[in-house]
Design a protein around this ligand. Structure first.
Ligand code: P6P
Length: 334
């Protein structure tokens, strides 16, 4: 009789707490609350087709993008959960121009700040394409008890104490790292728990999938154009031509390549001179997951996690996935 051993996210986080001699459960509590928020967002997304939550909220977010109602909902759910954790003293999200400062006396003593894209790929929601939530956790720089300031949120990615994403796809998964490898949990709706389903996730050094919006081909830098042609050439030794797979939802494209091997590319182009993806709450967390699972993440010239952010919503060219493929891309760009 096979032992049907369930390790829930909370079991796992508590178990792994001993990896952090200094942590007295604060990070565990934060991750627990993120998991709870993900379940609430998941419930809403699964019913999106049924209740009047689909479509635009009528607002435009600071990126000038039409805000989908679920974006707004997810933003509120995660912010409330982080406040409730009592361990987080402020949050920066894609949906808000400035960081949100928690003034509650409890939260102000929090050790951590969180940067989030509460619902990435939301333009896909109306078409039932999978979307994701992305989070990045730092220890605050300013003294505990005081209000957080912008500097707490624009730290370089290598300073993250934890990062992860939720993918609301054919199943809902939460994938995260605290710097000791990457573990994936699948939501079992029958018990309402994220259960360990992908322990010690590793991305292959090489892959045969490249993910890029080739519709922008004419706008790409020449090195990227050459790399795309390289992917399409016939060469048995390297398994080319590769397969092109692009969902247009960062978390989904990245997650597939993490499991199968492959590379995601969002270069700068004439329409997006700095690239489209945001460094602080999209590139950095995904980059930490990429590296912690044996892959790599670059802006074409340097390691994403080494970039010192200048502002909360700055963008960056972004390449992430199998490390040998990232190296090849950097060679073509050079
Ligand atoms: P494009 C979704 O809007 C998003 O921010 C990412 O999830 C995705 O990878 C990218 O934009 C897709 O952008 O320009 O290819 O539609």
């Amino acid at each position: 009789m096979n032992s049907y051993k369930i390790t829930t996210l909370n079991d796992f986080v508590t178990l792994r707490q001993k990896d952090f001699p200094y942590a007295k459960g604060e990070l565990s509590s934060l991750l627990h609350h993120i998991g709870t928020a993900a379940k609430i967002v998941n419930k809403k997304i699964n019913k999106a087709g049924l209740v009047d939550i689909i479509g635009r909220s009528g607002e435009v977010n600071i990126q000038g993008e039409n805000q989908q109602k679920l974006d707004v909902f997810a933003d509120k759910v995660f912010i409330n959960a982080l406040l409730a954790s009592g361990e987080c003293c402020g949050v920066a999200t894609e949906e808000n121009q400035n960081e949100i400062v928690f003034t509650d006396k409890f939260a102000r003593k929090g050790k951590y700040v969180v940067c989030m894209d509460p619902l990435d790929g939301s333009s896909n929601i109306d078409y039932n394409v999978s979307v994701g939530s992305i989070f990045s956790i730092y220890r605050r720089i300013t003294p505990r008890g005081e209000k957080v300031t912008n500097e707490d949120f624009i730290q370089e990615g290598s300073k993250q104490v934890a990062a992860g994403y939720v993918i609301y796809g054919s199943s809902t998964m939460l994938v995260y790292t605290t710097g000791n490898g990457v573990n994936g949990f699948t939501l079992d709706p029958s018990i309402g728990e994220f259960c360990l389903s992908h322990p010690c996730m590793r991305t292959p050094d090489d892959g045969r999938i490249y993910s890029i919006n080739e519709g922008n081909y004419i706008y790409f830098p020449s090195g990227i154009k050459k790399y795309i042609k390289y992917c399409q050439e016939k060469d048995e030794d390297t398994g080319r031509p590769y397969t092109s797979r692009y969902i247009g939802s960062l978390v989904s494209d990245f997650h597939r390549n993490l499991l199968m091997g492959g590379v995601f590319l969002y270069p700068q182009n004439e329409n997006a001179p700095e690239g489209k993806l945001r460094l602080v709450y999209e590139c950095n967390p995904i980059a930490l997951i990429a590296e912690q699972s044996g892959g790599a993440a670059s802006n074409g010239q340097e390691r994403i996690l080494n970039i010192i952010p200048g502002s909360l919503h700055q963008r960056s060219p972004f390449y992430a996935g199998s490390k040998n493929m990232i190296k090849k891309i950097e060679e073509f760009i050079a």
